[in-house]
Design a protein. Structure first.
Length: 305
């Protein structure tokens, strides 16, 4: 078993995997890595299962010291990572010798980096996952959903692992300015015509009121003209429009039901890119039909083969 001692951390550094499934009827949310693409590439670099547990590091401020020889991999945002005093870029597997430190300073490109280890980091599974959800006190190193704290140890018992580097074609584009594709939903026809034009033809600014539950989009308020709704299940990526007309893209730690009207839901690939955006950045939305989004998703998954 190999160990990493956490010497510095923040409440935004969490143990994650692909999340919990089949439990939303219990009121338990999904959780899991916000940028599933970068998490998958971090695991691919070591030959892991793509959904193996990783450390999600948001905005930096995270430092670990190797207690013995460790093989690790890094993907996602460039958070100014260093092995001792040597800079290391995301998109590669690398070695930490005993006593060496890996530290993340601040974001230079993107918001979230993912650190993987052979076989995934060891943690108890709660309802089938070790994904950390603080609100529900599920997951993480202790099973109670807590963030990774200074003084704790990250352990992994996997052996072997590959030494790989992502090619330019494989490397996730965390600063892409392409529109975020949205599968239109059942209430789309109950927004005013002007609101539908504004939704897909103007820029939206990401509000500072953002967390793992959702990100608020600031722009021209959208006007819903339909009847009041009964609360219903909310899928990952749902874009709700509350009474103030400012949309909210709901993420992995969202509530399980809600009654606000929805434009639709962001595609999984769009969600991964949104997870790498910082407050104040501008995004655009683009409508897409479900069949097209599904085919794009399948084609992207083939890259991991």
């Amino acid at each position: 078993m190999s160990r990493l001692l956490i010497e510095a951390s923040t409440p935004l550094c969490l143990l994650q995997d692909a999340g919990r499934f089949g439990v939303r009827h219990l009121g338990v949310t999904q959780g899991g890595a916000l940028d599933w693409v970068s998490m998958s590439w971090a695991n691919w670099l070591l030959g892991n299962a793509l959904d193996a547990s990783v450390v999600e590091i948001t905005l930096g401020g995270f430092t670990v010291r190797a207690e013995e020889y460790c093989l690790l991999a890094l993907a996602g945002a460039d958070l100014g990572a260093y092995v001792d005093e040597r800079a290391i870029s995301p998109g590669r597997s690398f070695i930490l010798q005993k006593g060496q430190r890996l530290r993340f300073t601040q974001p230079f490109s993107g918001a979230r980096a993912y650190l993987a280890a052979p076989g995934g980091f060891d943690a108890p599974k709660v309802l089938g996952s070790c994904a950390s959800v603080g609100r529900e006190e599920l997951g993480g190193l202790d099973g109670l959903g807590r963030a990774l704290a200074e003084g704790a140890c990250l352990r992994y018992s996997g052996t072997g692992g590959a030494m790989r580097v992502l090619s330019a074609e494989q490397l996730p584009n965390v600063h892409s300015k392409a529109p975020l594709e949205l599968i239109v939903g059942a209430q789309i026809g109950q927004f005013s015509g002007q609101s539908l034009f504004d939704a897909f033809n103007t820029e939206w600014t990401l509000d500072s009121r953002a967390d793992r539950m959702g990100m608020r989009l600031l722009g021209t308020p959208l006007q819903y003209q339909g009847p009041s709704l009964i609360s219903e299940g909310i899928p990952l990526g749902a874009v709700q429009v509350p009474p103030d007309g400012q949309p909210i893209a709901l993420l992995n730690d969202r509530q399980t039901i809600g009654g606000y009207p929805r434009l639709g839901a962001l595609t999984p690939l769009a969600l991964a890119r949104l997870a790498q955006c910082l407050p104040g950045e501008k995004v655009r939305l683009a409508p897409v039909v479900q069949e097209t989004a599904h085919q794009q998703h399948i084609e992207y998954l083939r890259r991991f083969q």
